[in-house]
Structures are given as structure tokens and as C-alpha cells.
Design a protein around this ligand. Structure first.
Ligand code: SAM
Ligand code: SF4
Length: 347
């Protein structure tokens, strides 16, 4: 066998091995931000006048497919498309369509997305046709005026119509609610009853210190321990073992029969079981949402039509995945823990 052929065989074998980080955590969940742009400007996520990336810095849909496929070859079984708002990326349905081939082969177990819901009415039936079975829709309030205030630009009716379209298309919807003291914390029982009445799970998220925004996060932050304690006035909650592959811990509300999840990056660190990495729309791989370290995958992706350099870059990055993050929100630490906004790394 020639030297070149031998090297190619060895590269192929290496490229087929699963990705495991230095702490023994297998990487099986990839979140891909397909755009940093959004049709909303949620106050905890973006500043009012954001500078967005020039379009030529973005990976093309074909490049995003290649990148996702490389991860799937290395053991990614759950793929979440996010943003910015993923459904405002032009022709994003082509990406869902091409990625759905990995569902057909069984290599990918779940193709899903996180969306603000504004474009869902247009896309729900196509998403269902491409194998999307469950999605997360972010919705922090059921009050149209408050919704406009928190998203700056959003129209609640459009989001509600989007949710109904997704449910009608047979897609399970989970609501993501960012818990904001003094803004929506009094509304949680109503949101839970409404969501459970439609068969949707609700997950609460602690506000995280990501990116410079107007206003101080210390005023917005409310611990989910407190939220959960307050819910006990109206619901009896039982811990359940339900898992979706993400970081939420779930309880069941006896009164509604529905599930409530809690994502607690600050009050309970869940890093020890972290199976996730994130890629931005420019092909930057973040091994941890709460750390600055990152790897450039766009250069190896564009350097060669062969995926060898891409796989080597992914392996080198996973070998540096940190043990965890150390978010804090307190009066002494007013600066964000990391400078990039959630819309860059993707939720
Ligand atoms: N635009 C889509 C959406 O809103 O669902 C997807 C991207 S968005 C960045 C993903 C999730 O991150 C949303 O549920 C949003 O509420 C959440 N998020 C944004 N900034 C956050 C922050 N600073 N702390 C906690 N969650 C945040
Ligand atoms: Fe847009 Fe989602 Fe960020 Fe809101 S949370 S501004 S919808 S990316």
C-alpha cells in the first residue's frame, strides 16, 4: 500500500471515532447558529442598535451542512439550529431539507430549532416535512404590550399564530421563558396553565451575563430556586427524570399534568454532564457558552474539499473543552462574564 493511501485510511478511521473531551464527556449535541441577525431586539439579549456581521463572513448553507455532517460523523446525534433568529436566514429551509438525510439514515436522532416564533406560521409545515418533531419557542410574556417592551420590535399575535401552526403541523413545542424579576415573575402560573393547556412544556431560564446591554442584569436576575418556591403556592411539583439531552431539570405540575423545566446556569451549575458545543454562523466553535476560548473551523473548512483538516481542527478544539463556566451576577461584577451576546453563540 502506498504511503498516501495509508495516510488516507488512517485519517478516515480517526475521523470516524466519537468525540470525547478530556473529562470523559462524549460530545453528542451540537448547536449551530445560522445567523446573528434577528427581527427582535430582546432587551436581555441584544442592544437596540447591534452591529451585525457582514454577509460574506457567514458560512454558506452548503458549508453549514458540511460542518454539521462532520460532527454527525463523529457522534453528534442531536442538532439544534439557532441564532439570532434562524428562520430569518434566507433559504434556511434548504439546510433543514439537506440535513434531514441524516435522520433518514438514523445517524442523527433529532433535528430541532430554537426560534422566537415570528416566522413559524410560514415554515411550520415544511419543518415538519423535514423531520423536525420538537422545537423550542421563546416567549416571556402573554401580554402584548409587555411582549413589545421586552422584544422591542415583536408582535405577540404573530408568535401565537406561529405556535398554533407548529402544533397543527404535529410539532411538539416547548416554551422557553427567561425569568426576569419584576417583569414576568408574577405571570408564571398563568403562562404554565396556558402552555400546559395546549400540551406544551415550559422551561424557565435564568438570565445569563452575556454581552453588553443597556440596563443592569443584577436588577433582572431572579434565581429559579425562588421561582420554584413561589410556584409551590399554586402547584404541587414532583421531580421527574425526564431528559431532552439538554441542561433542564424537570418537574411535573400535579394540577395541570404538564412538565416544567428549570435551566439554572447560575444557581446550579450543570457543567459536569455537559455534552454540548456550539458553532457560530462564521464557523467559530465555542466549547463552552460561558468561556471565551474558541476554535476557527471556517479556515480548515475552506482550505480543502477534503474534510481531514476540519476533523483535525474539531479534535484539537474538543481536547481543550473546559470543565465548566463560572457565571456570576452580583453587584461587584457588573461586567458581562463573556463579551459576546447570546445571539452570537446561539441559545
Ligand atoms: N432567536 C431565537 C429565540 O429567541 O428563541 C433563538 C436564539 S436566542 C439567543 C435563544 C434563547 O436564548 C432564547 O430562549 C432567549 O430567550 C435566550 N437568551 C438570550 N439572551 C439571554 C441571556 N442573556 N440569558 C439567558 N437567556 C438568554
Ligand atoms: Fe432575537 Fe432570540 Fe435574541 Fe430575542 S432572544 S433578540 S428573538 S436572538
Amino acid at each position: 500500500m502506498g504511503g498516501r493511501a495509508y495516510i488516507e485510511i488512517m485519517e478516515t478511521l480517526a475521523s470516524a471515532s466519537p468525540l470525547v473531551d478530556p473529562f470523559g464527556r462524549a460530545i453528542s449535541y451540537l448547536r449551530v447558529s445560522v445567523t446573528d441577525r434577528c427581527d427582535f431586539r430582546c432587551v436581555y439579549c441584544m442592544s437596540e442598535d447591534m452591529n451585525f456581521l457582514p454577509k460574506h463572513d457567514l458560512l454558506s448553507l452548503e458549508e453549514l451542512d458540511r460542518l454539521c455532517t462532520a460532527f454527525i460523523e463523529r457522534g453528534t446525534t442531536k442538532l439544534r439550529i439557532t441564532g439570532g433568529e434562524p428562520l430569518v436566514r434566507r433559504d434556511v429551509m434548504h439546510l433543514f431539507e439537506s440535513l434531514s438525510r441524516h435522520l433518514t439514515t438514523g445517524a442523527l436522532h433529532e433535528l430541532t430549532l430554537t426560534t422566537n416564533g415570528s416566522q413559524l406560521a410560514r415554515f411550520a409545515s415544511q419543518l415538519a416535512a423535514f423531520g423536525v418533531r420538537r422545537i423550542n419557542v421563546s416567549l416571556d410574556t402573554l401580554d402584548a404590550q409587555k411582549f413589545r417592551a421586552i422584544t422591542r420590535w415583536g408582535d405577540l399575535d404573530k408568535v401565537l399564530a406561529g405556535i398554533d401552526a407548529a402544533l397543527a403541523a404535529g410539532i411538539d413545542v416547548k416554551l422557553n421563558v427567561v425569568a426576569l424579576r419584576g417583569f414576568n415573575d408574577q405571570e408564571f402560573p398563568e403562562i404554565i396553565r396556558w402552555a400546559h393547556g395546549k400540551g406544551m412544556d415550559v422551561t424557565f431560564i435564568e438570565v445569563m451575563p452575556l454581552g453588553e446591554i443597556e440596563g443592569a442584569r443584577v436588577d433582572q436576575y431572579i434565581s429559579l430556586n425562588e421561582v420554584r418556591a413561589n410556584l409551590l403556592d399554586q402547584f404541587s411539583l414532583t421531580d421527574i427524570t425526564y431528559q431532552t439531552g439538554g441542561p433542564a431539570r424537570y418537574v411535573r405540575a400535579h394540577e395541570t399534568g404538564g412538565r416544567i423545566g428549570f435551566i439554572t446556569p447560575l444557581s446550579h451549575n450543570f457543567c459536569e454532564s455537559c455534552n454540548r458545543v456550539r458553532v457560530t454562523c462564521t464557523g467559530t466553535l465555542y466549547m463552552c457558552l460561558g468561556q471565551e476560548d474558541a476554535a476557527d473551523l471556517r479556515t480548515p473548512l475552506r482550505a480543502s474539499p477534503n474534510d481531514g483538516p476540519l476533523h483535525r481542527a474539531i479534535e484539537a478544539a474538543i481536547a481543550r473543552k473546559p470543565k465548566g463556566h463560572d457565571f456570576v451576577i452580583d453587584r461587584k461584577t457588573m461586567a458581562p462574564a463573556v463579551g459576546r451576546h447570546m445571539s452570537v453563540t446561539g441559545g
